[in-house]
Design a protein around this ligand. Structure first.
Ligand code: F6P
Length: 550
C-alpha cells in the first residue's frame, strides 16, 4: 500500500491546501448564497452546520477521495460485521451491537452475540427497575436512596457524562454518585453523607484489575462491613459489572449480582453495556432504550448514507483537513448546555485514548500528525476564560459548538441569551474584524487619530477560524445517544485514515507498571536509588516527609 502521505489523494489535498489556505470564509460566504444550505445536514432532531469551515466543493471532493482511498467504507463494514479489527488485542469491535434495534443476528469474531446482549440488558433493566420501584431493599429492609458507581476511565466517564446530561430525566429521590479517583478524598467525601442501610455500590471495571477501581471498591466494602450486621448482608449493597467474573467473585460480589460485559466492547465505548447500569437506574429502562435508539439511528446513517452526506465521515474529514494540512494541534468541544458539562471530558478519553498513537496498524512509526489534543468546557464559561486564544491567539483551534433549540424549562430570558452567544461566537470567529472596521468603531467612540493608531493592532481579529455547529431540538436521551455515536464514528473514521488501531491503548501500560513497582518501594520505606535522579529525589523526599501515621 502506498504510504498515506505519498498517496494520490493526500498529494492532491496538499496542493489544494496551498491554493485555499489564504482564502477567507467571509469571501466564500459572499460568493455563495447557498453555502449554509449546501454545507449543512439534518439528522432527525440534529442539524449539523459545517459551512463555517475553510472548504469549498473541491476540498470536500478531495477529502472524500481520501476516505475512499483509505477504505473507510470497507473498514466500517468489517467493524459492523464483527471482524477482529482490533488486531493487537485480537478483538472484534462491537459496541454498536449493544444498541442494535433491528432483527438481524449480530456477531463478534464469528460468535453470535445478540442473544446474550439482550439477556444482560434485561437483567440490568430488571435490577434498575427494582431499585427505582423501591423493591430492592438493603439489609435493614429500607429502599435504596443512593447508588455509588466505582470505576474509572470508560467505566466512569460515560455513565457520569450521561447522567449529568440527562439530569431532567433522572429520578429525583435516588442519588447517583461517581467515585473514580484513588485519592481517598473522592470516596471519603462521597461516603460522608451516605447511609449504609440505603446505599448500593456498583463496582464497574471491565478488567477488574484496575488499581483505582479495586482500591476504592475495597474501601467501600470495608465501610459496609463495619456498618452492616454481617457479611451475609453484603449482596444487598454490592453489585459489579465486569468481563472478569472470576475476579469479581473472589472480591466478594455474589455471582447473581454480577453483570457481564465482553472483550469486544472497549472501555471507552462501553456506556451502552451493563457499564451503563447507573444510567439505567437514574433515567429508567425506557429512556435508556431511547438513548440506544438514538445511537442505533446514527449507526444506520453511518452505514447507509453516501460519504458526501455522512455526518461522522464529514466531521472526521474536516478534523483531518485542519490537523494534517493546516497543522492544527488541538480541537475544542464547546457545549452550550450546562448539563453537558462532562461531555468534553468524556470525548477526551474517547478521542485521545483511541487516536493518540504514533505507531500505525502495520507497526510502523507514522510520518504525519494523528489524534489532536482535545479540550473543552461549557461554551459560556469558555467565553470568559480561553476564547481570547480562540479569537486572537497564534494557534488555529477548530471548534465544535453544540446547543439545544429548547431546554427543559426554557425560560426565555436565559435561553435566548444563551443562543445569542453561540451564534455570535461562531460568527465572530468566522468574520473577525478588519482594520477599517476597527478604525470606524474607534472613531465612533471619539478617539483621535493617534490613539486609534496605537490601539488598532490589538483590536484586530483575523477571523477565518472554523466551527462546526450542532443544533438539536432538545437534549433528550435519544438525541444524546445520537450525538455520542456521531463522535464515536468520527473517531473511527479518523483512525482508519491515519491507519491506526483506534481500539487498543498500550500507552497507558507503562505508567501503571511503574506505579506498581514504586508502590512496592514506598511500602518498603527504604531510600531508593534505582531510578533517574529526579524520580529518586522525589520518592526519597516523600519518604522523608511522609505523613507520620504511615
Ligand atoms: O487505563 C486505561 C483503561 O484501561 C481505559 O481504557 C479503561 O476505560 C479504564 O482503564 C478502566 O478500565 P476497567 O474498566 O478495566 O477498570
Amino acid at each position: 500500500m502506498t504510504k498515506l502521505t505519498e498517496s494520490a489523494a493526500w498529494q492532491a489535498l496538499q496542493q489544494h491546501y496551498a491554493e485555499i489556505k489564504d482564502v477567507h470564509m467571509k469571501d466564500l460566504f459572499a460568493q455563495d448564497e447557498q453555502r449554509f444550505d449546501r454545507f449543512s445536514l439534518p439528522l432527525n432532531d440534529i442539524l449539523f452546520d459545517y459551512s463555517k469551515n475553510r472548504i469549498n466543493d473541491q476540498t470536500l471532493q478531495l477529502l472524500i477521495q481520501l476516505a475512499q482511498q483509505c477504505g473507510v467504507e470497507q473498514w466500517r463494514d468489517r467493524m459492523f460485521a464483527g471482524e477482529v479489527i482490533n488486531h493487537t488485542e485480537q478483538r472484534a469491535v462491537q459496541h454498536s451491537a449493544l444498541r442494535y434495534q433491528g432483527d438481524e443476528p449480530q456477531f463478534a469474531d464469528g460468535q453470535r452475540i445478540d442473544i446474550e446482549i439482550n439477556k444482560e440488558l434485561q437483567r440490568v433493566k430488571s435490577l434498575a427497575q427494582r431499585i427505582r420501584n423501591r423493591e430492592w431493599r438493603g439489609h435493614s429492609n429500607q429502599p435504596i436512596t443512593d447508588v455509588v458507581n466505582i470505576g474509572i476511565g470508560g467505566s466512569h466517564l460515560g455513565p457520569l457524562m450521561v447522567t449529568e446530561a440527562l439530569h431532567p430525566y433522572t429520578i429525583h429521590d435516588l442519588k447517583i454518585h461517581y467515585v473514580s479517583n484513588i485519592d481517598e478524598n473522592h470516596i471519603n467525601n462521597t461516603l460522608e453523607d451516605l447511609n449504609p442501610d440505603t446505599t448500593l455500590f456498583i463496582i464497574a471495571s471491565k478488567s477488574f484489575t484496575t488499581q483505582e477501581a479495586l482500591v476504592n471498591a475495597a474501601t467501600a466494602r470495608q465501610w459496609l462491613l463495619e456498618r452492616l450486621q454481617s457479611e451475609a448482608d453484603l449482596p444487598k449493597h454490592l453489585v459489579a459489572v465486569t468481563s472478569n467474573i472470576k475476579a469479581a467473585v473472589e472480591f466478594g460480589v455474589a455471582e447473581e449480582n454480577i453483570f457481564k460485559m465482553w472483550d469486544w466492547v472497549g472501555g471507552r465505548y462501553s456506556l451502552w453495556s451493563a457499564i451503563g447500569l447507573s444510567i439505567v437506574i437514574s433515567i429508567g429502562p425506557s429512556q435508556f432504550d431511547a438513548l440506544l435508539q438514538g445511537a442505533y439511528e446514527v449507526d444506520e446513517h453511518f452505514k447507509q448514507a453516501p460519504l458526501t452526506e455522512n455526518i461522522p465521515v464529514i466531521m472526521a474529514l474536516l478534523g483531518i483537513w485542519y490537523n494534517n494540512f493546516f497543522g492544527a494541534e488541538s480541537i475544542v468541544i464547546l457545549p452550550y448546555d450546562q448539563n453537558m458539562h462532562r461531555f468534553p471530558a468524556y470525548l477526551q478519553q474517547a478521542d485521545m485514548e483511541s487516536n493518540g498513537k504514533s505507531c500505525d496498524r502495520d507497526g510502523n512509526p507514522v510520518d504525519y500528525s494523528t489524534g489532536p489534543v482535545l479540550f473543552g468546557e461549557i461554551g459560556i464559561s469558555g467565553q470568559h476564560a480561553f476564547y481570547q486564544l480562540l479569537h486572537q491567539g497564534s494557534k488555529l483551534v477548530p471548534a465544535d459548538m453544540l446547543a439545544p433549540i429548547s431546554n427543559y424549562r426554557c425560560i426565555a430570558t436565559h435561553h435566548r441569551a444563551l443562543m445569542s452567544n453561540i451564534f455570535a461566537q461562531t460568527e465572530a470567529l468566522m468574520i473577525g474584524k478588519n482594520e477599517a472596521e476597527v478604525i470606524a468603531e474607534l472613531e465612533q467612540q471619539g478617539l483621535d487619530e493617534a490613539a486609534i493608531e496605537q490601539l488598532l493592532p490589538y483590536k484586530l481579529f483575523p477571523g477565518n477560524r472554523p466551527t462546526n455547529s450542532f443544533l438539536f431540538y432538545t437534549l433528550d436521551p435519544k438525541t444524546l445517544g445520537s450525538l455520542i455515536a456521531l463522535y464515536e464514528h468520527k473517531i473511527f473514521v479518523q483512525g482508519i485514515i491515519w491507519n491506526l488501531n483506534s481500539f487498543d491503548q498500550w500507552g497507558v501500560e507503562l505508567g501503571k507498571k511503574l506505579a506498581s513497582h514504586i508502590l512496592d518501594e514506598i511500602n518498603q520505606g527504604e531510600a531508593v536509588s534505582n531510578h533517574d535522579a529526579s524520580t529518586n529525589g522525589l520518592i526519597n523526599y516523600y519518604l522523608n516527609l511522609k505523613p507520620k501515621k504511615f
